[in-house]
Design a protein around this ligand. Structure first.
Ligand code: SF4
Length: 390
C-alpha cells in the first residue's frame, strides 16, 4: 500500500494514505498529494493535540445494561462490555460504566479524491470529494482492501486532532463539492462523522458516506438529514458469505438499504465480485431481483473486479467476462443503471439513458470524459435521470 507523507508543519508530519485500487492512476495520486500540501497550511493552524487531551468523547447510541455494563446501540452487533473492555470495532470503550469513542477528531487518512473513486456515479460527476477515515471497522472481511486502517486499533496509527470545522474548511480550500466518510467503516466514528457532516452542510457542501451498511436505524435517521448520498457495499447475497468472510450478517445490510430509500437518501450499491466466493450468477440474479423489487430499478449497482488482498491472496483477479455476465444478469432483472468497477475503458463505466440508450456520462476510470445530463434529464429524449446532478 502506497503511503504518502504530508508535511503539515515544521515539527510534524501527517501520513496520508492513497487508497486507489486502480494501478493506473499514478499521476492522479501525485496530483492529489500535491493538493494536500495546501491542506497542510490549514491543518498547521489547528491544535497539535485534541483540546480535551485525548480523542475521547462520550459516545452516542448506548445504554446501561447493568451497574457498570453498557450495551452499544450503534450497529447490529450490540456489543456488551464491562469497564476497560472495547467493542468489536476496537474504537469504543467502557470507561467505568460510561461508553466513549476513542476516535473523535482522529482521522488517519485524508485525501482529495474524485467522487468516481467512492464510487458514486450519480452524484456530481467529475467533482472532488474530501475523503477522511479513522481506524476501525465493525466487521472483518477477509478480502478488505483497506485492512491496514480498518483492522487496526486507533493507537496503532499516529494521528493528530482535526476539528470538524477544519474538515469543512479543508474541503472548501480544496474545491471539493462533498466530504466523504470512507476507507474504513464510518459508522464506528459516528460522533465525529455527525459533527463533521453538520459543519460541512453549514458550509454549503455535501456529505457522502461509503459504508458496509452495518448501522442501526436510530443513528442512521439522525445522520440522514445531513447526507447527500450513501454508497453501500453489499458483500454478497448469502448469509453464508457474510458469516464465512465478514463475521457479519446479511439481513442488517438489506434493512439499511431499505431504510435509506425510505429516508430519501440517494443510494448506490457496490458488489465486489470474488471468483468462486460470490460470483454465482443465480445469486447475482436473486440479488438484482431483490434490489429492483425492494429498492427500485433506478438504484445504481456496481459489479467491481476483485484484486487479491489481505487474507484472500490465493484467488485470481475476477475475469472481465464475469463482470460482464453479472451486468447482463442484473439488467435482465430490470435494473437501469448497472456499472463495471475496476474495468477502465469499458462500456460498463458509462451512464446510458435507460429510455433511448444515448450515452450520458462517459468515463475512463475515475475521469469523466463527457457529461450530457441537463436539468436531470437525457438531452436526447427528455427522460428523467435519477441522481444528484446539480
Ligand atoms: S459500533 Fe462498535 S462497539 Fe458498537 S455495536 Fe458496533 S462493533 Fe460494537
Amino acid at each position: 500500500m502506497l503511503l504518502l507523507v504530508l508535511v503539515l508543519s515544521p515539527r510534524s508530519v501527517y501520513h496520508s494514505r492513497m487508497l486507489s485500487t486502480s494501478p493506473s492512476c499514478t499521476r492522479r495520486r501525485f496530483m492529489a498529494s500535491a493538493g494536500m500540501a495546501a491542506a497542510g497550511s490549514a491543518l498547521g493552524a489547528a491544535p497539535a493535540t485534541d483540546p480535551h487531551g485525548t480523542f475521547v468523547r462520550e459516545a452516542l447510541h448506548w445504554h446501561a445494561a447493568g451497574p457498570r455494563t453498557v450495551e452499544c446501540d450503534l450497529c447490529p452487533i450490540h456489543c456488551t462490555t464491562e469497564p476497560g473492555e472495547r467493542g468489536e470495532c476496537s474504537v469504543r470503550e467502557n470507561r467505568d460504566g460510561k461508553y466513549v469513542t476513542l476516535v473523535y477528531g482522529r482521522p488517519v487518512s485524508m485525501n482529495n479524491d474524485p467522487i468516481e473513486k467512492k464510487p458514486l456515479f450519480h452524484v456530481h460527476p467529475g467533482s472532488r470529494s474530501f475523503s477522511i477515515a479513522t481506524a476501525g471497522c465493525n466487521i472483518h472481511c477477509t478480502f478488505c482492501q483497506n485492512w491496514d486502517i480498518s483492522q487496526k486499533r486507533p493507537e496503532e496509527i499516529p494521528a493528530r486532532y482535526v476539528a470538524p470545522e477544519t474538515i469543512a474548511q479543508l474541503a472548501l480550500q480544496q474545491r471539493c463539492q462533498t466530504v466523504a466518510y470512507t476507507y474504513s467503516e464510518p459508522t464506528i466514528f459516528f460522533e465525529y462523522m455527525l459533527d463533521c457532516a453538520k459543519a460541512v452542510k453549514a458550509a454549503s457542501l455535501g456529505n457522502v458516506v461509503v459504508s458496509n451498511g452495518y448501522i442501526e436505524a436510530a443513528p442512521l435517521k439522525q445522520l440522514a438529514p445531513y447526507l447527500t448520498a450513501m454508497k453501500v457495499d453489499l458483500k454478497a447475497f448469502t448469509q453464508k458469505f457474510y458469516g464465512d468472510h465478514c463475521e457479519g450478517e446479511l439481513q442488517p445490510v438489506l434493512d439499511t438499504l431499505k431504510l435509506l430509500i425510505e429516508l430519501g437518501v440517494w443510494t448506490e450499491i457496490v458488489v465486489l465480485v470474488i471468483p468462486t466466493l460470490n460470483d454465482n450468477m443465480d445469486e447475482i440474479k436473486r440479488m438484482a431481483a431483490w434490489i429492483a423489487k425492494e429498492l427500485g430499478p433506478d438504484v445504481p449497482l456496481f459489479f467491481t473486479r476483485f484484486h487479491p488482498a489481505y487474507k484472500i491472496r490465493h484467488l485470481p483477479r475476477t475475469p472481465a467476462r464475469t463482470i460482464q455476465l453479472a451486468g447482463e444478469t442484473a439488467r435482465a432483472e430490470g435494473l437501469h443503471f448497472v456499472y463495471a468497477g475496476n474495468m477502465p475503458g469499458t462500456r460498463g463505466e458509462n451512464t446510458y439513458c435507460p429510455a433511448c440508450k444515448a450515452p450520458l456520462v462517459e468515463r475512463y476510470g475515475n475521469v469523466v470524459r463527457s457529461q450530457q445530463i441537463a436539468n436531470s434529464a437525457c438531452p436526447t429524449c427528455g427522460h428523467t435521470i435519477p441522481g444528484v446532478w446539480e
